[in-house]
Design a binder for this molecule. Structure first.
Ligand SMILES: [Zn+2]
Length: 581
């Protein structure tokens, strides 16, 4: 940290002396920026006359489609984005490999219907990295047994059967086929008779959420088809079956696995700086998505506004014949949905670069518009100047959501869960734009509704202007952003006992671990299942949030590792593991 402040200090002195006229040095400006800015004015004018952000989003989310990390669609999207940056005239547009995924996964056709006693097209999903069907599979709907008598009565009836499991309590279990309890024996019977798959209802909200665990082995792929059905449809089918009707279901789900390692990339491109060219301001978002819909909101909006901001900023500065002082980098990360993998790996691969990054501004909050930025007391006077022209341009907007504002915070918060967190973790000021508007993020986020019709063009336009103008202004400040605005020594605004250091996938299954986090140090591995913390049994992710939010300093954590229960005592106050069994 010392080296950073020293170098930035020299940068400030040099640039002030060399680059600014004497009156600028004597002005009251803290940042060296003027209150008005012809580049920002031109960004607003050019984006009025020539805006392509919705076309870009259409190409991405409809032309290419969803972009699961490890899928062919994501590779196509990364190549497409790089070609766009090149076509806009940006410098050093490139793909950079950050790692590999063990198995590739792609979806194509995915249709399902009730074919008897009446016809009904079904709305459903399956998790990523799980199998589809072997072509069209038709068979009877069977209600999972709850008693010995019901189990016995199903003997010989399970060939190609679709098992209706209204609660997980009666779902057939396949990982203990020799087991003696009802679920184990039902699982064994399903396998022996050649059942088709399990059908469950989605949560009460009616949202079909897509998740998945990517750390799988091509030689030991998931075998069982698990379908989550729209709740109302499930209830109908369940009742019909209970009432004794001959209910037939048919699913044709084409999902393919590809043997890895599958290389994964981030996309980068730059507008080079001038006197402070070795320092960097990053704007971007993640280009990958879940694959239950089109990834239009999450994060097609962040990707398309980043691309459009790059095009418009480049066009503007070319027309005006100016260049930013710092290098502006546009960055599209992948692997975000599996735990910020692309940004974290990039940072690990370029440790020296962190010292010269002034700020990282991330758009990943969906369709609502980027219309604010968090400012600590130290940042506020700087940001008043940096974002002043944007505030002025939007001040009279009748829609208050579109008026840009500074949002006071004591420290920059960590744990929002996007790529700026990766930078905060290593001490680089990272920002998640404050996003305002009418769209319901939760309704769209990772659900069947993440399609372009949910995206508001007016919000997209406002975001493009904010991103392009914000990048330009922050890149031209005399100083890099101060680093003491971060929560100190790696602590987040949230207290430490709030963090276990895991990224969860399906249910309580650990998808990935925070490097050096408590869970990793306790020996928890990807694929393990969290069972209990203290006396609280963990059934769903909200149980975990609840138990972690109380103020206990030490607790015993229990998890399942390859069928074996493990425990460790976590000490959140001391940030260490006391004992492991
Ligand atoms: Zn996202």
């Amino acid at each position: 940290m010392t080296s950073i402040s020293t170098r930035f200090f020299f940068a400030v002195c040099l640039s002030t002396t060399l680059c600014l006229p004497l009156n600028a040095q004597l002005s009251e400006s803290l940042t060296g920026l003027d209150a008005t800015d012809s580049v920002v004015d031109a960004i607003y004018a050019i984006s009025d006359a020539d805006l392509r952000v919705m076309d870009v989003l259409d190409e991405l989310s409809n032309g290419i489609g969803s972009r699961l990390t490890s899928s062919k669609n994501l590779t196509e999207a990364c190549n497409w984005a790089q070609a766009k940056f090149t076509a806009f005239g940006l410098s050093d547009s490139r793909l950079e490999q950050w790692g590999t995924f063990p198995v590739g996964f792609d979806r194509r056709l995915s249709v399902g219907a009730m074919t008897s006693p009446s016809k009904l097209e079904l709305s459903f999903n399956t998790n990523a990295w799980t199998p589809g069907t072997d072509g069209k599979v038709s068979g009877p709907a069977i209600v999972a047994p709850q008693t010995e008598e019901e189990l016995t009565a199903l003997t010989g009836k399970l060939s190609n059967a679709w098992i209706l499991a209204s609660t997980s309590k009666y779902t057939p279990r396949f990982n203990n086929l020799e087991g003696v309890n009802l679920r184990d024996r039902f699982g064994a019977m399903c396998v022996a008779e050649g059942y088709a798959g399990v059908v469950k209802p989605c949560g009460k909200s009616g949202l079909l959420l897509t998740r998945g665990r990517y750390s799988i082995d091509i030689d030991n792929l998931p075998q069982h088809v698990n379908i989550t059905l729209l709740r109302e449809q499930f209830s109908n089918i369940f009742q019909l079956t209970k009432d004794g009707a001959d209910v037939q279901l048919e699913f044709d789900i084409d999902q393919t696995f590809t043997a890895g390692p599958i290389p994964q990339f981030n996309v980068l491109a730059e507008i080079p700086g001038t006197d402070l060219a070795n320092e960097i301001v990053i704007v971007g978002g993640h280009i990958d998505s879940w694959d239950g819909a089109r990834g239009a909101q999450d994060n097609g909006t962040g990707t398309s506004t980043t691309l459009e901001a790059a095009r418009i900023l480049k066009k503007t500065i070319d027309e005006l014949g100016v260049q930013p002082r710092r290098t502006i980098r546009f960055m599209l990360w992948s692997g975000e949905e599996q735990g910020l993998l692309g940004s974290r790996a990039y940072i690990e691969q370029h440790p020296a670069e962190n010292e010269v990054i002034s700020a990282v501004l991330v758009h990943d909050g969906g369709t609502n518009t980027c219309s604010g930025i968090q400012a600590t007391p130290d940042l506020e006077p700087l940001f008043k100047e940096a974002f002043g022209p944007i505030i002025a341009h939007t001040a009279d907007n009748v829609d208050e959501d579109l008026r840009f504002r500074l949002v006071p915070v004591r420290r920059l918060p960590r744990g929002i869960g996007s790529d700026h967190d990766s930078y905060l973790r290593v001490g680089v000021p990272g920002f998640f734009w404050e996003q305002n508007g009418d769209a319901n993020y939760t309704y769209i986020h990772h659900t069947q509704y993440d399609t372009i019709d949910e995206v508001v063009p007016e919000y997209q336009l406002a975001s493009v202007r904010v991103i392009a103008s914000g990048a330009w202004r922050v890149a031209n400040m005399n100083q890099a952003l101060p680093r003491d605005v971060l929560a100190s020594s790696g602590n987040s605004r949230r207290p430490q006992h709030d963090a276990l250091g895991v990224f969860l996938g399906d249910g309580m299954t650990v998808d990935d671990l925070v490097k050096g986090g408590l869970a990793e140090r306790a020996g928890i591995k990807a694929g393990d299942v969290l069972l209990q913390i203290g006396s609280v049994k963990l059934e769903k992710q909200s149980d975990l949030r609840k138990v972690l939010s109380d103020k206990e300093k030490q607790r015993v954590v229990t998890w399942l590792h390859q069928g074996k229960e493990m425990t460790a005592t976590f000490d959140w106050k001391e940030d260490k593991i006391l004992k492991t069994n």
